[in-house]
Write a protein that binds this ligand. Structure first.
Ligand code: DCP
Ligand code: MG
Length: 406
């Protein structure tokens, strides 16, 4: 399993400085230093690339920066602006996957292993993120695509600013970094690098030629470093804890007697839920429907199957469960999905496969999913769903509305 991991690392370019330039175009092309002012005590938070030419760097004392770049423009940071910008491009990232690790305001990892095929591949996602971020937030970023987290991060640094770089596999990584300083390896900081240098180990090549020595020198840290130097990188994108169940429900304005009407509501809910879990690259085992009758009595009915993720599958089960419920006036229906410890569907293969009809159906649903994503969920509905949508009177998608991300 897990043969093809696909990780994207995004890092904004000269982040604080870029926001200031965006908001005041007269700063464009100038050496801009964000941090303390030259007469204050303090450091450089960041600076524009024009200031970097003079040797100014993040973390440097502002006095030193001033010596290097006396004609620069010096400004205090405006944190609230950076937080707001960050919120906006995080929303763009979340279009493509829910597996996001937010490293800082301006940097994050996206695990798109399971969703890349929905968007025509990871490279397309990377290009899309760059274009949307520029268009919607007015900022450039650098995107790295890797087969693991370290390769993605190295890739994003490779072509900065406004970069785009891909490292397809361990071989490509090896080629790129073999003669670089050991500090390119994730987890090797100044101290570790020093220790290695004292043993004559300066480059990745030196690590590979001295694996057991490195392991001895670095103790339990050592085998991880050696593995990474060999391109073996299994670190996971650390997202917030996965939920045990995902559900949506709808309360009707008036009690419903017509079960066909309820079925329509379930159809719309099923669609939203399918969309949601498939975007996360998830599938579930159990579908539960919840019904609250007019007298407030509530019941749930569940059914489990091997692997469920499409609208049709969720709806079929929900509909079957609905049939078993006594026919009394209803004020609320909902569906929840659980049992996410199941491997999602394989990517659709264009080359054979035993069940061609099913594959075609899946392919169609994937196209739909992409369109929904692009245009908003409720705009792309099948005729039947359109009717259902209309029938239940503008069903409100829950707070995770996908439209807000468009
Ligand atoms: N930052 C800071 N102090 C530091 C380093 C960074 O306050 N010592 C802040 C300012 C940066 C932001 O964090 O704008 C992001 O840090 P990066 O290291 O990603 O640097 P930049 O985005 O500014 O530049 P780059 O284009 O190199 O990513
Ligand atoms: Mg940055």
């Amino acid at each position: 399993m897990d043969s093809k991991r696909c990780i994207i690392h995004v890092d904004m370019d000269a982040f604080y400085a870029a926001v200031e330039v965006r908001d005041d175009p007269s700063l464009e092309g100038k050496p801009l230093v964000i941090g303390s002012l030259p007469h204050e005590r303090g450091v450089v938070a960041t600076c524009s690339y024009e200031a970097r030419v003079f040797g100014v760097r993040s973390g440097m004392s502002i006095k030193q920066a001033y010596r290097l770049c006396p004609h620069g423009i010096y400004m205090h940071p405006n944190f609230s602006k950076y937080v707001e910008a960050s919120r906006r491009f995080h929303e763009i990232w979340e279009i493509y996957t829910d597996l996001v690790e937010y490293v800082s305001l301006d940097e994050g990892y996206l695990d798109v292993s399971r969703s890349a095929h929905l968007f025509g591949g990871a490279a397309n996602i990377g290009r899309d993120i760059k274009a949307r971020t520029l268009e919607k937030v007015g900022l450039t970023c650098s995107v790295g695509i890797g087969y693991g987290m370290m390769s993605a991060k190295i890739a994003s640094e490779e072509d900065k600013p406004d970069g785009f770089f891909e490292i397809a596999d361990a071989e490509a990584l090896n080629k790129l970094i073999i003669d670089r300083n050991v500090r390119i390896i994730y987890g090797i900081g100044a101290q570790t690098a020093n220790l290695l240098e004292k043993s004559g180990i300066f480059t990745v090549r030196d690590i590979l030629a001295n694996e057991s020595r490195v392991k001895n020198l670095l103790g339990k840290h050592g085998s991880g470093v050696v593995a990474l130097a060999n391109g073996v990188d299994s670190r996971r994108v650390a997202t917030r804890a996965k939920s045990k169940s995902i559900g949506r429900e709808h309360t009707f304005q008036e009690n419903i007697h017509d079960f066909e009407y309820l079925r329509d509501a379930l159809r719309v809910i099923a669609k939203g839920l399918s969309f949601k879990i498939r975007m996360k690259g998830m599938a579930c085992k159990t579908v539960t429907i919840k019904v609250t009758f007019a007298d407030m009595r509530q019941i749930t009915r569940s059914k489990s199957k091997g692997k469920i993720d499409t609208t049709a599958e969720i709806f079929a089960i929900a509909s079957e469960l609905l049939d078993k419920i006594e026919r009394r006036p209803v004020r609320l229906v909902g569906i929840s999905l659980s049992g996410f410890d199941v491997e999602p569907a394989e990517q659709i293969s264009l080359f054979g496969g035993s069940n061609e009809a099913q594959m075609k159906k899946d392919a169609l649903e994937n196209v739909m999913l992409r369109l929904q994503h692009k245009y908003g969920l409720e705009k792309i509905l099948t005729a039947r769903e359109k009717l259902a949508y209309k029938n239940i009177g503008g069903y409100e998608i829950d707070e995770d509305s996908f439209n807000k991300r468009i």
